[in-house]
Design a protein around this ligand. Structure first.
Ligand code: AMP
Length: 412
């Protein structure tokens, strides 16, 4: 039997799970301030959903989907991203609009694994469906910034662009196509295909020689229609006014087909940990997706953040756990310890009792292994004096605490 996890997946051992939970809690707190409610959708959907939304010319759909036929002959795929499932549910249950939803869960893409890039990874995402005004774009970007600040990550900048709409994009597409046709012999094989199928996607290419060429290419941002230009200008002005750090990036088109108007990425400014995987999240408007799914014309905007990348940016979590380890030194103290462990738990203080067959030394060893923050020692001396010996394993201090003061001391 192979005793290792599948390539591209990760186990979250207790220490990482604690950090994951902490990040998720901060996320829930932040998005609640902006009126978002949670939605949970399945980790697999009908494959067609992603073909129709994420897009037939995207890498995600052409190369990265975990697709399978189930025993009932249904064509299904593990979700590579959250938005299509959320939009599907909003339409299926005819949720009243506007609606602000968030989700947290695993996504699946068959990628080449490397640090910060996995085949199973978690995203924290939000979707605002039914709001067209540029103020919504600003709120969403501000919320992302607030979340990173709440995590203590102050080195995140928003890279922003506008990819236009079905009015301005076709005209621009032709312009770009002409440019690409002129440079066809110098661009990579993948870009030749992109030039045919979805010219805008060439800006996503990682090849340096292609990037050099595209620096001189026409940019959608300079060719927006009047309404898109107005919308984008309001977003940029207001971001500056709110002092949200951002950078216009005309080459950023993002890897999904459904984006319209504002698109953005949250990027680490000093990414020692993440190298080229410095994008902590991204998103944008998708004003036509609901209609493409057969629903009414409904503007929308959202983003998705990568949990593992946020963890890498934060660095290793502290190993200390809020857990009190009680070590009674004799059978009399053990009876007392049994009561104490339940008193602490009743007061919502996590606690464990040492195995009576283990001595003090072994008990301290276990407390260390479990990364407890406190140890309570109860011997005959403590029993006589009605105190506990409380060891703080973080501060490396030790003191005697009156037994009836232990809860308030631990809750401080
Ligand atoms: P996307 O859904 O492609 O717009 O990605 C949004 C964010 O999810 C990225 O900025 C990353 O932080 C994260 N992400 C995307 N793909 C992966 C992956 N394969 N492994 C880990 N994180 C990912």
């Amino acid at each position: 039997m192979i005793l290792s996890n599948p390539k591209g997946t990760q186990d979250f051992l207790p220490q990482q799970s604690r950090q994951k939970h902490w990040i998720e809690t901060k996320f829930r707190e932040t998005v609640a301030l902006y009126g978002f409610s949670e939605i949970v959708t399945p980790v697999f959907e009908h494959t067609e959903l992603y073909l129709r939304s994420t897009g037939l010319s995207t890498d995600i759909v052409t190369k990265q989907m975990y697709s399978f036929v189930d025993k009932g002959n249904r064509e299904l795929s593990l979700r590579p991203e959250g938005t299509p499932g959320v939009v599907r549910a909003v339409l299926q249950y005819q949720l009243k609009l506007p609606v602000r939803l968030f989700y947290i869960g695993p996504m699946y893409r068959y990628e080449r694994p490397q640090k910060g890039r996995y085949r199973e990874f978690y995203q924290l995402g939000v979707e605002t469906i039914g709001e067209a005004i540029p103020e919504t774009d600003i709120e969403i970007i501000e919320m992302g910034n607030r979340f990173f600040n709440n995590l203590g990550l102050s080195n995140v900048i928003t890279k922003i662009n506008s990819v236009g709409c079905p009015i301005c994009r076709p005209k621009f597409r032709n312009q770009l196509k002409m440019f690409l046709d002129k440079n066809l012999s110098d661009i990579c094989e993948d870009c030749k295909v992109r030039a045919e199928q979805n010219p805008l996607r060439v800006f996503d290419c990682k090849e340096e020689k292609c990037q050099d060429i595209y620096r001189d290419a026409p940019k959608i941002t300079d060719n927006l229609c009047f309404d898109c230009q107005n919308h984008f200008q309001v977003v940029l002005n207001e971001l500056a006014e709110r002092k949200i750090p951002f950078e216009l990036n005309k080459m950023m088109v993002r890897g999904l087909d459904y984006y319209t108007r504002t698109t953005f990425e949250f990027v680490l400014t000093d990414s020692k940990e993440l190298g080229s995987q410095d994008s902590l999240g991204g998103g944008g408007r998708y004003d036509n997706l609901v209609e493409d799914f057969g629903g009414p014309k409904t503007p929308a905007i959202g983003f998705a953040l990568g949990l593992e990348r946020i963890m890498l940016a934060l660095g290793a979590p502290t190993s200390i756990k809020k857990l009190v380890y009680i070590i009674p030194l004799d059978s009399n103290a053990y009876q007392h310890g049994k009561q104490l462990v339940s008193t602490l738990r009743n007061a919502n203080i996590p606690a464990m009792l040492n195995n009576p067959e283990k001595n003090l030394r072994a008990g301290l060893g276990t407390a260390d292994t479990l990364s407890c923050n406190y140890v309570i020692i109860i011997g005959s001396n403590e029993m006589n004096k009605k105190v506990y010996t409380l060891k703080d394993l973080v501060k490396r201090t030790q003191q005697e605490i009156p037994q009836d003061k232990i809860i308030e001391t631990l809750k401080l």
